[in-house]
Ligand binder design. Structure first.
Ligand SMILES: [Zn+2]
Length: 211
């Protein structure tokens, strides 16, 4: 049984997800910790719950989702895992940060590329991966069919969808991803987005103004 701990980190109020099961093995998705206090909050939680981090995953490589990659990658000796098509965003992140008045170290490049139909294993648990481009070219979702949830990054939000005006974004592509990759997984799927509150596929299908 997977437990999902949510942290809201950095000036962009990004949701960082820590998933763990009864074995104590864990994966972190989109570590956004930026301030020292945020890094401490994360590591204190990992320590207090005696967790062993097995994977560092990114739904996509926009700056607000990768701000903590450097810290987590070094502190827990884990390679960054993300989709190759978002790699250009990592290369630009440092200069991007300056535009927002932020100082960051050069973020680490991926040590492992993830693709559609890959699976991520930790403890007794497994996450599946689907490629859902449109918000960024390399956007991925991580989901558990058994436990009925998905981590979707900025593909879909409670009552909204990801913006498509950033480099590599495309509205038609995003809608196609949502209709063909997310919706078919079922109305009862709980949705954990990159920002804001959780929702379900059913709730968005009925009430999201973009559909
Ligand atoms: Zn984004």
């Amino acid at each position: 049984m997977i437990t999902i701990k949510t942290f809201v980190f950095n000036p962009f109020q990004e949701n960082t997800y820590l998933l763990y099961d009864e074995t104590g093995e864990a994966v972190i998705i989109d570590p956004g910790c930026y301030a020292k206090s945020e890094e401490e909050q994360l590591s204190a939680f990992v320590e207090a719950n005696k967790l062993t981090l097995k994977h560092l995953l990114n739904t996509h490589s926009h700056i607000d989702h990768i701000l903590g990659n450097h810290f987590v990658s070094e502190h827990y000796s884990l390679p960054v895992q993300s989709h190759k098509e978002d790699e250009f965003l990592i290369t630009r992140a440092k200069e991007q940060a300056v535009l927002f008045g932020m100082q960051i170290d050069e973020p680490p490049m991926p040590g492992n590329y993830l693709n559609e139909n890959d699976t991520i294993k930790f403890g007794n648990s497994e996450l599946k991966i689907a490629h859902a481009p449109g918000h960024s070219p390399g956007s991925l979702i991580f989901y558990s069919e058994n436990e009925r949830f998905m981590i979707v990054g900025d593909v879909l939000f409670n009552q909204s969808i990801g913006r498509t005006d950033l480099p590599g974004g495309n509205l038609d592509t995003l809608l196609k991803s949502i209709f063909t990759k997310l919706f078919p997984l079922g109305d009862d799927m709980k949705v954990y987005s990159g920002h804001g509150a959780t929702t379900t596929i059913g709730q968005e299908r009925i009430s999201n103004p973009f559909f």
